[in-house]
Design a protein around this ligand. Structure first.
Ligand SMILES: [Zn+2]
Length: 270
């Protein structure tokens, strides 16, 4: 990326990979990671970029899970860095079921960190994000107008990905995940029909480089072949271990509403 507008830095977080986009006069954070990742981000500023934290102008949060939404609130508290996220992101963990789901997701995050990396860190984080900038589908980012946010529901109802058309770069959050050389859909994929629509929309973008929260960076030839090729993964049965915990991941009010609406559609067709 020698002639590009910015330099891309990767920070290995507690569970996810975090990206810092360094411009000459400002820095953008692609997902704040988990709570303790705030310190890793600070270390990248101090040791790698050698710039003050005040150069970080915006934290993006792709969705409410603990490995994505834990670090940004801490950075806002410590350094007054504003957060941008889906305009309805705080609906995800609403109500008593939301409280339970937030707790379960935090515990599952620990479980996954332990399984994958053999480590355990404190990861408790606020259930409500209260973003300073509420993003709508296809909106350009505040302070970074060369980036566009896309709403890509499927994993949760309020997932977003972030696209840089000029560099043909797409940060996919948890829309898709790279495990070794294989691309998979995230667990859980709570809204399969919406996931299929999200993948179809991504297939229309011009993309050469994907930034994964889980799996690193991948160069692709064209987004159409890539994303269309993933459509057959939608609705595939989960691994047995996942199947067992799936009910635990379906507590959010929006999941129930969605299931009810699908049932009604099914009944109307009969
Ligand atoms: Zn997630």
């Amino acid at each position: 990326m020698n002639e590009s507008l910015f330099t891309l830095h990767q920070v290995k977080g507690y569970i996810a990979t975090i990206y810092l986009i360094e411009y000459r006069d400002k820095v953008l954070l692609l997902d704040g990671g988990a709570r303790h990742d705030a310190a890793r981000i600070e270390a990248c500023f101090a040791q790698v970029m050698q710039r003050p934290m005040s150069d970080l102008k915006l934290s993006l949060v792709s969705h409410m899970h603990p490995d994505h939404a834990g670090g940004a609130p801490l950075l806002r508290r410590q350094f007054a860095i504003p957060i941008a996220a889906h305009y309805e992101i705080d609906r995800w963990y609403r109500g008593s079921r939301g409280v339970a789901q937030h707790l379960i997701d935090t515990l599952l995050g620990h479980y996954s960190a332990r399984q994958q990396f053999g480590r355990l860190e404190r990861a408790w984080y606020p259930r409500r994000l209260e973003p300073d900038y509420r993003l709508y589908d296809r909106e350009t980012l505040p302070l970074f107008p060369d980036w566009i946010a896309y709403a890509t529901p499927g994993h949760t109802l309020h997932d977003m990905v972030f696209y840089h058309p000029q560099e043909k770069l797409l940060y996919v959050g948890d829309l898709i995940i790279m495990v070794g050389e294989k691309i998979v859909l995230p667990f859980p994929t709570l809204f399969p029909e919406l996931m299929a629509d999200s993948l179809k929309r991504m297939a229309e973008l011009e993309v050469n480089k994907l930034l994964f929260a889980h799996g690193g960076v991948l160069e692709i030839e064209d987004a159409n072949t890539f994303f269309t090729g993933l459509l057959n993964l939608v609705g595939m049965p989960n691994r047995r271990s996942f199947r067992r915990i799936e009910p635990l991941c379906s507590l959010a009010a929006d999941v129930r509403l969605y299931k009810k609406s699908r049932k009604n559609v099914g009944a109307a067709r009969k």
